[in-house]
Design a protein around this ligand. Structure first.
Ligand SMILES: Cc1cc2nc3c(=O)[nH]c(=O)nc-3n(C[C@H](O)[C@H](O)[C@H](O)COP(=O)(O)OP(=O)(O)OC[C@H]3O[C@@H](n4cnc5c(N)ncnc54)[C@H](O)[C@@H]3O)c2cc1C
Length: 375
């Protein structure tokens, strides 16, 4: 049902405007409203907070279908889930009651803010501080590259409550958009996923009430690592959807394009490229689904599998969109076809939520720790 619904919205509502959204770098508010009306934001929220109680698999299916048509729209949707996960896992009942129903209804979007100019792959290098004051915490610092920045209403922000403790001194806070001292800086002009907004968040003596801390003081990094383990299959699903869209477009084009008197799909060199693309997409899809199911089964540790799904699917998306462009020939290089957009959109999946090189190191670390054969 989730897959069918997401596909319907993607084909009926996103497809007709995707080139325009990309060209104008416009946040897709109308489509976000359609997704909200179709209860898509309820999928990842428990029933007791007005959600549908779905899990990682449902979210991945929705991401895949939206990304098959437009990864920029899909990311705007997924970034809200990213902002919500810490609250779901570590929030108090009171915090959940206050925020989750609004987020489930899609009336307000969420975002997650970790990255800073000095802290990308090395998240422990963050400098934003949250100093304890009477009535709450005073946040100071600047976050960069935040998806849904400026458009979301609720932000999960990671800041240092005890600078001297390094990563163990980080904590997570819910910050509402209209909090005094919280403003937005530069909106990035991007290569791909251009329908999504990516902005700087600026905190200058921004007082956040004590009850807006998620979890306890010092839990910011544990929470972040858990969050990224959980969200990486979602990036994998984004990559699978993108690759699927490129594969379908390439098959369609190869059937129609005539050279040497035949459709190019009758050329064995082209057939083999298409066969490899289809095989790679299917392999990535199955790994993403398997990891999503592992997460939904309540498994405690899935760092390695989540990293594998993200790495395999994103490398597949980059390869498949590049090969699809090759099959389109010169036409694919032009903006008349969606392939050049798909190739631009694919690149980011290898970079965010852990650059693939960093994730390969994480996978290798898990391998080193393991004794004997895997169960
Ligand atoms: C469009 C977009 C949206 C984003 N959205 C968000 C968001 O919503 N919230 C948020 O908090 N952040 C967000 N980010 C930030 C994103 O997660 C970081 O860009 C990413 O983690 C990489 O950090 P960096 O860009 O600083 O690259 P760097 O850390 O400078 O790394 C550059 C390159 O160096 C290599 N490298 C670095 N360290 C290692 C290592 N230890 N081992 C091997 N290789 C290494 C990798 O190849 C890496 O790609 C977003 C970024 C972009 C571009």
């Amino acid at each position: 049902m989730v897959k069918g619904l997401a596909r319907k919205i993607a084909e009926e509502r996103i497809l007709p405007v995707r080139a325009e959204l990309d060209e104008r770098e416009e946040f897709p508010w109308d489509i976000i409203k359609d997704l909200a009306d179709a209860d898509m934001f309820r999928i990842f929220i428990p029933e007791e907070y007005e959600g549908l109680g779905g899990g990682s698999l449902e979210l991945c299916l929705a991401m895949e279908e939206l990304s098959r048509i437009c990864s920029g729209v899909a990311v705007s949707y997924a970034a809200s889930a990213l902002g919500v996960f810490p609250l779901l896992e570590y929030g108090t009942d009171e915090q959940k009651r206050k925020y989750l129903p609004q987020l489930a209804g899609g009336k307000r979007l969420a975002a997650f803010a970790l990255t800073e100019t000095t802290a990308g792959s090395d998240a422990s290098a963050i400098k934003t501080t949250a100093q304890r004051e009477k009535g709450g915490y005073l946040i100071n610092g600047t976050k960069q590259f935040i998806t849904n920045g400026g458009d979301a209403e609720i932000y999960t922000v990671i800041a240092l409550t005890a600078k001297e403790k390094g990563p163990r001194g980080a904590s997570a806070f819910l910050v509402e958009k209209d909090t005094p001292g919280f403003s937005f800086g530069k909106k990035e002009k991007k290569m791909g996923i251009r329908a999504s907004s990516t902005r700087e968040l600026v905190f200058r003596n921004c007082l956040v009430p004590e009850e807006n801390m998620i979890g306890r003081e010092g839990m910011g990094f544990i929470l972040t690592m858990r969050l990224l383990d959980r969200s990486r299959p979602g990036v994998g699903a984004q990559a699978v959807g993108l690759a699927q869209g490129a594969l379908e477009a390439a098959v369609d084009y190869a059937r129609k394009r005539i050279q040497f008197g035949h459709p190019i799909i009758s050329i064995q060199a082209v057939q083999h490229m298409l066969a490899d693309m289809a095989t790679q997409v299917e392999a990535a899809r199955l790994l993403v689904y398997a990891v999503a199911r592992t997460i939904d089964s309540g498994a405690k540790n899935f760092t390695e599998e989540a990293a594998m799904a993200k790495v395999l699917a994103s490398d597949t998306a980059m390869k498949v969109t590049t090969d699809a462009m090759q099959i389109f020939g010169g036409a694919g290089y032009m903006r008349d076809y969606p392939i050049e957009k798909m190739m631009r959109d694919a690149k980011i999946t290898q970079i965010y939520e852990g650059a693939n090189q960093v994730l390969r190191t994480a996978i290798a670390l898990e391998l080193r720790k393991r004794k004997g054969m895997r169960e």
